[in-house]
Design a protein around this ligand. Structure first.
Ligand code: NAP
Length: 258
C-alpha cells in the first residue's frame, strides 16, 4: 500500500532510539523527509546516518525537547511539518509520596505541556495547508494505570483529554490528532523498568524481563518496528477519518472487551 508520504515533511521528537526512532524509520522508508531530535548529539547523528542509508532526507535537531530551546531548534530544522510525532522520555517510577513538586512539574512539562506547545506551534500551518498528521506517543497507562508510574499515569491522561477536544476541531481541515499507546516494547525504557522491578523483587533482570514477557497475552514484548508501522499508517493519506483515537499496541495486555 502506498501511504502517500513521499515529499511529506515530518518532525519526530525524541527519535535517536526506541519508539521515536522506529516511527522516524517507518516514515523515512515511505519517502518522507524526517527531522529527528534527541539530547545526545552523537547518538542522534548515529541514528541519522542509519536513516540516511535508507535513502531518506534526514535532518537533526539536537536538544532537550522539553525545553523552549530544544523545541525552537526542532522547529528551526523543520519549520512547517506535515507530520508531528510527539515523544519524550517517560518519567521515573516510584511511590507518589516520594515525589516532590519539582518531580510533578517535570513530568507534566515533558509529557503534557511539551506536546501541547509543539501542537500549538504547527497546527495552524497544517490547517492552512489542509493536511496534517499529529501522533502523540503516550502509554497504555492512560487506559489502565500502571502501579509505580503515577507521574506517567497522570501527565499522559491530561494530554489524552486535550487531544480528545482539539482533534474534533482540527478534523474538518484534514488534520488528524491521535495517540499511540505502547504497552511493553523492547526498548531501553523497558530495560530500565525491568531493572527497577528486579531490584524491588530481588530477582535478576533477565528473570524480571522473562516474567513480563510471559505475562503478556502475546508472550513477548512488542517490536519497535511494529510501533513504527502503526505510526506511519496513522500519518498516511488513508487515515484522514481516524480522529482523536487512543490506539493500544500492547499485545492484548489491557484486558477489556472494548
Ligand atoms: P527510550 O528507549 O528510552 O528512547 C528514548 C529516546 O528519546 C532516545 O532517543 C532519547 O535520546 C530520546 N529522549 C528522551 N528524552 C528526551 C528529551 N527530553 N528530549 C529529546 N529527546 C529525548 O524510550 P522508548 O521506549 O522509545 O519510549 C518512548 C516513550 O514511550 C516514552 O515516553 C516512554 O515512557 C513511553 N512508553 C514506552 C513503553 C515501552 O515499553 N518502551 C511503554 C509505555 C510507554 P537522548 O537520551 O539522547 O535524549
Amino acid at each position: 500500500m502506498d501511504l502517500g508520504l513521499k515529499h511529506r515533511t515530518a518532525l519526530v521528537c525524541a527519535a535517536s532510539a526506541g519508539l521515536g526512532y522506529a516511527c522516524a524509520e517507518a516514515l523515512a522508508r515511505e519517502g518522507a523527509a524526517v527531522t529527528i531530535t534527541g539530547r545526545d548529539a552523537a547518538r542522534l547523528e548515529t541514528a541519522a546516518t542509519s536513516l540516511r542509508a535508507l535513502g531518506a532526507e534526514i535532518r537533526t535537531a539536537p536538544g532537550d525537547i522539553t525545553t523552549e530551546a530544544g523545541r525552537a531548534a526542532a522547529l528551526a530544522a523543520c519549520p512547517s511539518p506535515d507530520i508531528l510525532v510527539n515523544n519524550a522520555g517517560g518519567p521515573p517510577p516510584g511511590n507518589f509520596r516520594d515525589f516532590s513538586e519539582a518531580d510533578w512539574l517535570s513530568a507534566l512539562n515533558a509529557n503534557l505541556l511539551t506536546p501541547i506547545a509543539l501542537i500549538r506551534a504547527v497546527l495552524d500551518g497544517m490547517i492552512a495547508r489542509n493536511f496534517g498528521r499529529i501522533v502523540n506517543i503516550t502509554s497504555a497507562s492512560v487506559k489502565s494505570p500502571i502501579p509505580d508510574l503515577p507521574l506517567s499515569n497522570t501527565a499522559r491522561t491530561g494530554l489524552t483529554g486535550f487531544v480528545a477536544g482539539l482533534s474534533r476541531e482540527a478534523a474538518q481541515h484534514n488534520v488528524t490528532i491521535n495517540n499511540l499507546l505502547p504497552g511493553p516494547f523492547a526498548t531501553d525504557r523497558q530495560t530500565k523498568i525491568a531493572q527497577a522491578e528486579a531490584k524491588r523483587s530481588g530477582v535478576t533482570m533477565q528473570a524480571a524481563m522473562a516474567e513480563r514477557e510471559a505475562a503478556n497475552p502475546a508472550r513477548r514484548f512488542g517490536r519497535p518496528e511494529e510501533f513504527g508501522a502503526a505510526c506511519a499508517f496513522l500519518c498516511s493519506t488513508h487515515a484522514g477519518y481516524i480522529i482523536g483515537q487512543n490506539i493500544l499496541l500492547d499485545g492484548g495486555a489491557s484486558n477489556s472487551t472494548m
